[in-house]
Design a binder for this molecule. Structure first.
Ligand code: NAD
Length: 445
């Protein structure tokens, strides 16, 4: 019988970080993975995409180099080299995770786990038992039931990240995080990009000030964005793929060589056979309580399989909650203070409540806006598009309710406000912190 203190199913960021933390606390861990360690984030999500974002950033900078007095004779993208670099980045980081999982208290089992009973899982006929099991099996791209989406040139982010060559024209369905990051990257690579979004705004979960301004910036950079577009069918014709959509009662079309479907991801509930062990589901994924316990108390679920924001750092925080509960350690992490970033050009980032949420929840607030165009460093960088929006409670406590950014390095800048919110610090604490000059961090002052 293979028995360890904890079984973790899934070696994505939630799974492997929790395994390392548990081993660091002296627990024996079996971690089971059917694919590559690192999960979606490392192999076909955050990391490869950010490698492409960096290539795109360099191309943009070379294109704009004349502004800085640098003579560059234009540039061409060697997409093969871009993808080789992306693969090397992924392999380097994957090697690092594999080495860490070589910890003497961790057994990495390769294969697909299914439940045999509430405390036992089976992998290729071999059984593993534990008093605590953490499910971290992630999510899969959702492809809506639209005619024609079975065409091989209708792809998800997974296939796009292993394309051998660039399409001339790319139609992206969905202006969420994935859709817009790829729109930004592919447009920088010279691809003609059209984004179709069913909602009135892009990034519907973001503060509307940010989504409106980001749409302006992306449109100015040459990306065509159509809101309130409901895709009806994809048809193959003489001019490639024709994506037909309804726009306020009219049928319109866009022609493309590839179509990227980026309309959300769904918890991967097929990954394990839950049978009759009693794990309850919500409409979005596995039901959990504040300690990430499922309806079966010694079975925990973390990350995308729970169906939250589907962010790697959320999965890691949830894994820590689950492990602390197993170990009987108090855990004060506030999962509602969850920073998020979109790696478009310019970047967008947020933490806490949006202005719309403050209104819906009838929370009295004050909104303070500052702009990158008055930030010395941003002017030197010639990246002045963007703003910072701080939402603060309209009372003597001046609680920071939320922060919304669009601008250079927004994904890094959001961390200062995340730290302050996590400490429950009021706005005047931010004002009493010395910010180095000239830096983008002065956008908060
Ligand atoms: P998403 O939920 O962010 O966006 C999906 C978009 O598609 C929404 O704007 C939605 O209105 C639109 N949409 C839905 N159905 C549509 C249809 N039929 N036609 C047109 N538009 C439609 O989903 P995503 O971008 O696929 O990302 C999936 C998950 O992965 C998200 O939870 C996201 O947070 C996470 N993720 C995060 C990052 C990051 O943190 N940088 C990067 C990638 C993915």
């Amino acid at each position: 019988m293979n028995r360890t203190d904890i079984i973790i199913v899934g070696a994505g960021p939630g799974g492997y970080e929790t395994a390392l933390l548990a081993a660091g606390r002296g627990k024996t861990v079996t971690i089971i993975e059917s694919g590559h360690v690192g999960g979606t984030c490392l192999n076909e999500g955050c990391i490869p995409t950010k490698s492409l974002c960096r290539s795109a950033e360099i191309i943009r900078e070379i294109g704009e180099s004349g502004t800085f007095g640098v003579m560059a004779d234009g540039c061409k993208v060697d997409f093969h080299a871009v993808m080789e670099r992306k693969n090397a980045v992924v392999e380097q980081l994957r090697g690092g995770v594999e080495a860490l999982l070589g910890h003497k208290l961790i057994s990495l089992v390769r294969g697909r786990a299914t439940f045999k009973s509430a405390d036992t899982v089976s992998v290729d006929g071999v059984e593993y038992t534990s008093s605590d099991i953490i499910i971290a099996t992630g999510s899969k791209a959702f492809v809506p039931d639209v005619p024609g989406t079975d065409d091989p040139d209708v792809i998800t982010s997974r296939e796009l990240l292993s394309m051998g060559s660039l399409p001339e024209r790319l139609c992206i369905i969905g202006a969420g995080v994935i859709g817009l990051e790829f729109a930004s990257v592919m447009s920088a690579f010279g691809v003609q990009v059209t984004v179709l979004e069913s909602c009135r705004e892009i990034l519907p979960r973001f503060d509307q000030d940010i989504s409106k301004r980001l749409k302006q910036c992306l449109s100015r950079s040459g990306i065509a964005i159509v809101n309130q577009a409901v895709v009806q069918a994809v048809e193959r014709g003489a001019d490639g793929l024709e994506v037909k959509y309804d726009l306020k009662g009219r049928t319109e079309s866009v022609f493309a060589d590839k179509v990227l479907v980026a309309v959300g991801r769904r918890a991967d509930l097929q990954a394990m056979n839950f049978g009759d062990i009693g794990v309850r589901m919500t409409g979005k994924g596995i039901e959990t309580d504040a300690d990430m316990q499922t309806s079966v108390p010694h079975i925990y679920a973390i990350g995308d399989v729970v169906g939250g924001y589907m962010l790697a750092h959320e999965a890691v925080a949830q894994g820590k909650k689950a492990l602390d509960h197993i170990c009987g350690i108090r855990n004060d992490i506030d999962l509602s203070i969850m920073p998020a970033a979109v790696f478009t050009s310019p970047e967008a980032a947020c933490v806490g409540l949006t202005e719309q949420q403050c209104k819906e929840q009838e929370i009295p607030y004050v909104c303070r806006k500052t702009f990158f165009r008055s930030n010395g460093k941003a002017v030197c960088m010639d990246q002045t598009d963007g703003l910072c929006k701080l939402l603060v409670s309209r009372d003597s406590q001046e609680r920071i309710l939320g922060c919304h950014l669009m601008g250079p390095h927004a994904s890094d800048l959001i961390q200062e406000i995340t730290a302050l919110m996590s400490c429950g610090a009021p706005l005047h604490r931010l004002e009493s912190i010395i910010h180095p000059h000239p830096t983008l961090s002065e956008v908060y002052l």
